[in-house]
Design a protein. Sequence first.
Length: 440
Amino acid sequence: MALPVVAIIGRPNVGKSTLFNRLAGRRIAIVSDIPGTTRDRVSIDAEWGRHRYLVVDTAGVEDRPHDELLWSDIRAQVEVALNQADAIIFMVDINDGVTDADEDSANLVRRSGKPVVLAVNKADNLSREDMIYEFYSLGLGDPHPISAYHDTGIGDLMQDVFQQMPLFEDEPVGQNSIRVAIAGRPNAGKSSLFNALTGEERAIVSPVAGTTRDTVDSLFEFEGTRFTFLDTAGLRRRGSVESGLEKYSAIRTIGAIERCYVAVLVLDSTEFVTAQDQHIGGYIDDASRAAVIVINKWDLAPELGLNKADAVEAVRNRFRFIPNVPVLFTSALTGWGVEKVLPIILDVYEEFSKQIPRSEISRAIFDAMGENPLPGIGSQRPRIYRSIQSRTSPPTFEFIARNPDLIHFSYRRYLENRLRERFGFIGSPLRMTFKTRDDD
């Protein structure tokens, strides 16, 4: 399931970045008394209660912009954030009352047609809270008095946000299908591969990096199995993501990775494995999604002096955090090698959704401990009593143990490797949790 997007909108200097930092749980956005400090959108995934979501900070909407040259670009970014958001927190300053800039911003928000919650910031005491009634004139519903700086009223605000947000369910087109995200750096050939796999021209193919701005879904059937392909905008290094639409495209790409079952990471053979490729692989690993690596533009390999054996070794060395990931070679432009991609995606998905009987898991774990007993610390020694697979997609293994905190990371990795040796899980992550009997 994709992460819902909550955008914070309002004029400059009402406390949007302070609220963003409060929701994020750490200081990310620059907080300043100078209007217009935030020019680009800033985003991060956050949690509130049982809800995970992406929160987005935006530049302030001004009626008299202090920088005319930047204003058209800033306003365009705000409008894109509004269009892509699933819910909006509209923020005002209780000390200033309703200003012309508030009216201008409210007009933008109303036109978006998205669920809106009105946050009246800097309501630090009861006397100030009595001043909120003026903000009913904005026509955005009941105002919520909050203090982003002092962390008051935030809980009620977010409860209203998630009550107003539509239920975030999978799209009907993707029901009973394997969702596949095609991710990678700009201009690696993702859209060409997407079109070659689906037999459609739904994605724009261009030599200009960054042509794809948002995810494109396409339903496709292969050997009786339905796939939903999510072509995504390219992800660059954080520092090289330009202002404007590209920054928000990165947010949606991360959302597509969260939403998929299998992520296809497309590498460009002309540049091969870069730090940014590893960065994108890190997103896939963090989301615990199955993975396939495709080295595209392999038709150029002879003139680049590349061979498959060296390429596979280099990829496995650079992506050690994604164990046993399948590596394929394609030329999406000519169609060479593309026919192997769908069968591998299907194989990896089956590994990702595989359920192992409890008796076989217990046998594998106790055989592993028999060959390499659990080490202890001093007189304390951990012991594993029980092991089960508690869920699939991703495969998750639960260990009930005595002194689980004493089970070192290296031994946990040893157990993971033994599970992989016994049961496969090619291209699939494994989650492992260790807890005491009291937590059971």
